[in-house]
Design a protein around this ligand. Structure first.
Ligand code: UDP
Length: 325
């Protein structure tokens, strides 16, 4: 199969590229390196079935040419990371909405399957745990820039489902829950790379807000396998799926685990949300996926659990920064 991955130099995109190459597919990556990194695809460049272009997806002639050449588009290019979203809301909204618009428009001309990476963020402040794909989305006020991300991704989902309904374009929508593993950057605020970096550097581990908020961390390798299996499943077309791991952890427990697994002397400190993000920042108290739908359709299971994920991330950080060892 010939595949195009928009955002393929990002953390998830590059793991997906590797997984597709490993099972014999062709991969072409289109990425403007806004949050992705050339380092993520460096090890893939020599692969005979791999190609890439550093460009934006809004370069429509280029995008259209590569959509023509592929069988499946994995659309992962997006503005991600709560820190980035709060700091650059215009960029977030424009990138996420305009990017998906052009991908769907060009894919529709040739009826190419589009697999769209959405996010668990769309469930917003909902308390209907675990989150089911058909549940209501509960977003906060428009003054809170965080919700711009959820809303932009929800628009992407609406648009993709509209293309399926009205124009018969095959689409699959994936709501990725906190996806983690080696290679994820902490630059845009993601908690695990930040905690691991802080612990290894002997700096305070910064727990934002009460620390009682929970997340369910999915291993990127499990998620990549799920994405590939769903792309190959005809019954997935026109559907929305949660993807990740349903084991729930509080952020304070996570800090304690990182401290223990790194053998760090770092202090665990609390930082109010207002200081960490912006005044009035709203977080979600719990986030857990209901994975029944994806389990029933493709037999998906999350194989790698948090302690093992952390070991891999710690090992990766140590390899990159030998002074931490
Ligand atoms: N968080 C934290 N310390 C950090 C970075 C994040 O306590 O250095 C918290 C953040 O406030 C949230 C959780 O960890 O409650 C997960 O944050 P992340 O940005 O990784 O993902 P989110 O689920 O918020 O999109």
């Amino acid at each position: 199969m010939r595949t195009l991955i928009t955002g393929g130099a990002g953390f998830i995109g590059s793991h997906l590229a590797r997984a597709l190459l490993d099972i014999g597919h062709e991969v072409f990556v289109l990425d403007n390196l806004s949050t992705g990194s050339i380092d993520n695809i460096e090890p893939l460049k020599a692969h005979p079935r791999f190609g890439y272009a550093i460009d934006t997806i809004t370069n429509e002639p280029l995008l259209s040419e590569h959509i023509d050449r592929c069988d499946v588009v994995f659309h992962l290019a997006a503005a991600v990371g709560v820190q980035l979203i709060v700091e650059a809301p215009v960029h977030t909204i424009e990138t996420n909405v305009a990017g998906t618009e052009v991908v769907l428009k060009h894919a529709a001309k040739k009826r190419k399957l589009v697999v769209i990476a959405s996010t668990s963020e769309v469930y917003g402040k909902s308390t209907a745990i675990p989150f089911r794909e058909d549940a209501d989305l509960v977003l906060g006020a428009t003054h809170q820039h965080r919700w711009a991300y959820a809303c932009s991704k929800a628009i992407d989902e609406f648009l993709a489902l509209a293309y399926w309904k009205e124009r018969g374009l095959p689409v699959v929508i994936l709501r990725l829950f906190n996806t983690v593993g080696p290679g994820q950057t902490g630059r845009y605020g993601m908690v695990i790379p930040n905690f691991v970096r802080q612990a290894l550097a002997g700096e305070p581990i910064t727990v934002f807000g009460p620390g009682t908020q929970t997340r369910s961390f999915g291993f990127v390798g499990d998620v990549a396998r799920g994405i590939i299996a769903l792309a190959a499943e005809p019954k997935a077309v026109g559907e929305v799926f949660n993807l990740g791991n349903d084991h729930e952890t509080t952020i304070r427990e996570l800090a304690t685990l990182v401290k223990a697994q790194t053998g760090s002397n770092s202090e665990i400190v609390s930082v109010p949300y207002d200081e960490a993000y912006e005044s009035g920042f709203e977080d979600m108290p719990r986030r857990v996926p209901d994975l029944t739908k994806v389990q029933n359709l493709i037999g998906y299971e999350a194989r790698v659990q948090l302690p093992d994920i952390l070991s891999l991330v710690i090992e990766h950080h140590r390899a990159q920064r030998p002074e931490y060892v």
